[in-house]
Write a protein that binds this ligand. Structure first.
Ligand SMILES: Cc1cc2nc3c(=O)[nH]c(=O)nc-3n(C[C@H](O)[C@H](O)[C@H](O)COP(=O)(O)OP(=O)(O)OC[C@H]3O[C@@H](n4cnc5c(N)ncnc54)[C@H](O)[C@@H]3O)c2cc1C
Length: 256
């Protein structure tokens, strides 16, 4: 095998986390490579609602999360300005079971300045079904997941390698200056890099990877946030599906 390619960062996994990180690193002129063994964005990312959360789903006990989100939202807003085609809808609808939960939540939104709230039942007939008795609308960008993945990957496609599942190997360098990462691309061509940092952005796939290149005695499984649910995606004209783009919630939680 030829000498390894020296890079700064190897990213494993090309969902939103990996792709966004690749974009950030490349914009800052780092040498970075992203390796994915499936479809880019094909796991959680393309099964997500793809709301750019502003904090509407949080309660007053989670105020800090709302503050943290505002910085991320600022980054997203800047990026969306240059990529307007990824936005499917700028209005999102939230349904409540009772007037009390509607009042509670929308008061909180006003306090946190999370955007305009208006309800016009005549526009939203389809939402007033089942448990939903009150609806609030707010400006929350909702993106098209496939467009999002395409827009993020296209500028950096030369730094993205599709690899064979199970071909990935990684080991720490003895002087702890980085890792050697090896894999085979989908045509069977071997790839070897020496990177200063190795990032696992493989979503649920991280569980399989955590031991790769780990320091001796490192925890076997740190906390991982893995969502198993997939959702129904309705495709149709924006006008027609508008009332379906929403999260329905009550005081106890969400009715997705
Ligand atoms: C139903 C649902 C709705 C959601 N709605 C929202 C929402 O509205 N707003 C929001 O912000 N978040 C939402 N989320 C959460 C959001 O989708 C996830 O936080 C996000 O997509 C996770 O992205 P990721 O890149 O970490 O993982 P993933 O998108 O799962 O990407 C993992 C990537 O790693 C690759 N991979 C896996 N194993 C390996 C391996 N061994 N080697 C190489 N590559 C590998 C996979 O092929 C995949 O491309 C939702 C999630 C679900 C399930």
């Amino acid at each position: 095998m030829s000498d390894p390619i020296n890079i700064d960062v190897a990213i494993i996994g090309g969902g939103i986390m990996g792709l966004w990180l690749l974009k950030d690193l490349k914009e800052q002129k780092y040498q970075a490579v992203l390796l994915d063994c499936g479809q880019l964005g094909g796991q959680q990312t393309c099964h997500s609602h793809v709301y750019i959360h502003r904090g509407h789903i949080y309660t007053k006990e989670q105020k800090q999360l709302v503050q943290g989100l505002s910085e991320a939202n600022h980054e997203w807003a800047k990026w969306i300005e240059g990529n307007p085609d990824v936005v499917v809808s700028k209005d999102s609808y939230f349904g409540f079971e009772s007037e009390a939960s509607y009042e509670d939540r929308t008061q909180l939104w006003k306090k946190w300045r999370l955007g305009a709230i208006s309800t016009d039942p005549s526009e939203l007939e389809a939402l007033y079904q089942g448990d939903v008795k009150y609806v609030a609308s707010a400006k929350v960008d909702c993106l098209d997941a496939q467009q999002l993945v395409r827009a993020l990957m296209t500028p950096w496609r030369d730094c993205i390698v599709r690899i064979k599942d199970s071909s990935l190997r990684a080991r720490r360098l003895p002087d702890a200056s980085g890792h050697i990462v090896e894999a085979e691309d989908t045509r069977g061509k071997p790839l070897q890099t020496r990177c200063r940092a190795l990032v696992f952005a493989a979503g649920a796939g991280n569980r399989r990877l955590l031991k790769l290149g780990a320091r001796e005695g490192a925890p076997a499984e740190p906390n991982l946030q893995i969502r198993k649910a997939h959702m129904l995606v309705v495709r149709g004209s924006k006008e027609y599906v508008r009332p379906l783009i929403g999260i329905s919630m009550n005081l106890a939680g969400f009715l997705l």
